[in-house]
Design a protein around this ligand. Structure first.
Ligand SMILES: Nc1ncnc2c1ncn2[C@@H]1O[C@H](COP(=O)(O)OP(=O)(O)O)[C@@H](O)[C@H]1O
Ligand SMILES: [Mg+2]
Length: 299
C-alpha cells in the first residue's frame, strides 16, 4: 500500500470522536512532552472508556504514540498532525480529496489534491525537524526534551511563512503558485503543470529562458521585496510552452534584510551555474547580479 493510499484510507475511517482525541492530544502538547491521559479525557470531553478505546485505535493507525511510564501519555505522530490539518481544510471547504504523491523531500511531502469544484491543487505538508527513529528513542528517554514540540512548531511556522510569501507574490502577479489555504503545517496552492528545470534536458533557446527567469527574480526583488533563498533547478517548474513558475518559498528573505544581497547572489549563482553547465553558456554571475540590482542594463 502506498503512502497516499494509506493516508486516504485511514482518513476515511476516522470518526468525529477520533478527531476530538487527536485535538486533545495536540492541545496538551503545548505544555507537555507527552499529553497525560487525564488531560486527553479532560480536553476531549469524552468518557474515559471512550478515550481509552480511541487512543488504542489511533495508536494502531500510527497517528499517535504513547508512553506508559512514568505516566500514561500520548503525542501526535506526523500522520496525526496531517489528519488534523486535512480535516480542518476539508471542513473549511478548501479541499475535497488527496491525490497521488508528487514529491517526498527532506522537509516536505507534496501531494496532488482536488477541491470541491474539481480544481487540481497542490497539498504541501511541511516536515521540519522530522525525527529519525533513533532520535525518537532519545526523546522517550528524556521526557522533558522539547524537541518533539519543536517539529510541530517549526513545521507550522514553515507553512505560515510559505503561505505569506505566496500571498505577497500573488499581489504583484509574480510567477509563483496561487495561495489557496493554510492550516497548521499544510499549504494548499495552485497546481502548475510542468517539469522541474533539472529534468529539462534540452530547450530550443536556453538564453531567452534564462533571461526570463532572471527578470522574474528581479521583479520579485523590487516589486515583492523578496528573495527566494533556495532557488535552484529543482525549484523552477517549466511548462512546454516555456512559461515557468518559481516554487518552494518557506525560506524567503526580505529585501530589507541586511544579508539580502548575499542570498540574492547565492540564488543567482545556482541558476547561472546550472544554465552554464547544462546548456553550455558562459554567463557571469556578478554581471547577472549587477543587472538584477539595477546597476547594469544587461549582462
Ligand atoms: N504548485 C506546484 N505545482 C506543481 N508541482 C508542484 C508545485 N509545488 C510543488 N510541486 C512539486 O513538488 C515538488 C516538491 O515541492 P517543493 O515545494 O519544492 O518542496 P520540497 O523541495 O521542500 O520537497 C516539486 O519539485 C514539484 O515537482
Ligand atoms: Mg523544492
Amino acid at each position: 500500500m502506498s503512502m497516499d493510499e494509506f493516508l486516504t484510507g485511514v482518513f476515511r475511517r476516522l470518526e468525529p470522536e477520533d478527531f476530538r482525541v487527536l485535538t486533545a492530544v495536540e492541545l496538551g502538547m503545548v505544555s507537555h512532552a507527552y499529553t497525560p491521559i487525564e488531560d486527553v479525557v479532560k480536553y476531549s470531553s469524552l468518557p474515559r472508556e471512550e478515550v481509552l478505546y480511541r487512543v488504542k485505535r489511533l495508536n494502531g493507525f500510527r497517528l499517535i504514540r504513547g508512553i506508559v511510564s512514568p505516566f500514561e501519555g500520548y503525542v501526535l505522530n506526523y500522520y496525526g498532525y496531517d489528519f488534523l490539518a486535512l480535516n480542518a481544510l476539508v471542513k473549511a471547504g478548501k479541499l475535497e480529496a488527496l491525490g497521488k504523491s508528487v514529491g517526498i523531500g527532506k522537509e516536505a511531502d507534496v501531494f496532488e489534491g482536488l477541491t470541491s469544484t474539481g480544481e487540481k491543487v497542490i497539498v504541501k505538508f511541511h516536515r521540519v525537524g522530522r525525527v529519525s527513529f533513533r532520535q525518537t528513542r532519545r526523546v522517550r528517554r528524556y521526557i522533558a526534551d522539547r524537541r518533539h514540540i519543536s517539529w510541530l512548531y517549526q513545521s507550522r511556522k514553515a507553512a505560515e511563512k510559505e503561505f505569506e510569501a505566496l500571498e505577497i507574490l500573488n499581489r504583484v502577479n509574480a510567477k509563483a503558485p496561487k495561495p489557496l489555504a493554510q492550516n497548521r503545517h499544510v499549504v494548499v496552492m495552485g497546481f502548475f503543470s510542468g517539469v522541474e528545470l533539472v529534468n529539462v534536458k534540452s530547450v530550443d533557446e536556453p538564453l531567452p529562458l534564462f533571461r526570463d527567469i532572471v527578470d522574474e527574480v528581479k521583479q520579485v526583488y523590487f516589486e515583492a521585496g523578496l528573495i527566494h533563498g533556495d532557488l535552484s533547478e529543482y525549484n523552477i517548474i517549466i511548462k512546454e510552452d516555456g512559461d515557468f513558475m518559481l516554487i518552494d518559498w518557506p525560506q524567503f528573505i526580505r529585501r530589507s534584510d541586511p544579508e539580502s544581497e548575499h542570498y540574492l547572489k547565492r540564488d543567482l549563482e545556482k541558476v547561472t551555474g546550472f544554465f552554464n553547465k547544462r546548456f553550455n553558456l558562459k554567463l557571469n554571475t556578478d554581471r547577472v547580479l549587477n543587472y538584477v540590482l539595477g546597476s547594469a542594463d544587461g549582462f
